[in-house]
Design a protein around this ligand. Structure first.
Ligand code: ATP
Ligand code: MG
Length: 210
């Protein structure tokens, strides 16, 4: 799906935190949104991913604004995956149960556990595995309904650099198979893995490269 942000401005109260953002996300690409703390990455990602309504401007999915997409719950469920900085796995469920929880078809669960390298841990509870393994489970959960795009906000914020690179590598591999990734991160290393880098500064796009 092609995702376009057109003339996005966003205010929290009187504070303007996005000041005219226009970007296009190509289907199936791995796009990194980088920039310093407070530059507006999370706000932009939330707007792009339908979670937050911009004060001005709009987001279009394949040329349609959100109100034209029909049932928004259904749209998110079938088209979008989310990964957050904190994994938000349910500690009472095993990794496998967490991934299966929102699955429309359960058939993908085991192959995803396999491709994320956590099938040997599938029956452990989330507090019985490492941070990197938990984050991989969260990525599997985001992918379980074969979304066209996955949005991730600081997915490696709690990982060491080796595990962080492993996560970028996974995004790269899945994007080569056609899943788009839009990832907000203040880790500049992500630029080595992404197809496109959008650099934010003080609420505007400073540059887009690669
Ligand atoms: N819910 C909110 N209410 C008020 N101001 C907010 C809110 N969320 C963010 N802001 C402000 O908006 C600006 C952009 O914040 P945002 O979270 O988008 O930045 P960021 O680039 O993701 O930062 P970080 O790298 O620290 O996660 C900041 O000045 C922040 O203080
Ligand atoms: Mg942020």
């Amino acid at each position: 799906m092609k995702i376009e942000a057109l003339g996005i401005e966003h205010f929290y109260g009187h504070e303007k935190v996005l000041n005219g953002v226009d970007i296009t996300i190509t289907p199936g690409s791995f796009t990194a949104i980088i920039g310093e703390s407070g530059s507006g990455k999370t706000t932009l990602l939330s707007i792009l991913s339908t979670l937050l309504q911009p004060t001005f401007g709009n987001v279009q999915y394949d040329g349609k604004i959100l109100s034209e997409l029909g049932n928004i719950d259904r749209f998110r469920r079938t088209n979008i995956g989310f990964v957050f900085q904190f994994h938000y796995l349910i500690s009472y469920l095993t990794l496998r149960e967490n991934i299966a929880l929102g699955a429309i078809e359960e058939s993908r669960v085991d192959s995803l556990l396999e491709s994320l390298g956590i099938s040997n841990l599938s029956h452990r509870y989330s507090d019985e595995v490492s941070g990197g393994e938990r984050q991989r489970a969260a990525i599997a959960r985001a992918l379980v309904n074969a979304p066209s795009v996955v949005f991730a906000d600081e997915p490696t914020g709690n990982l060491d650099s080796k595990n962080a690179l492993g996560v970028y590598e996974l995004f790269r591999e899945f994007s080569l198979q056609g899943t788009g990734f839009v990832v907000a991160s203040h880790d500049k290393k992500i630029a080595d893995y992404a197809d496109v880098i959008i650099e934010m500064e003080d609420g505007v796009v400073k540059k887009v490269y690669k």
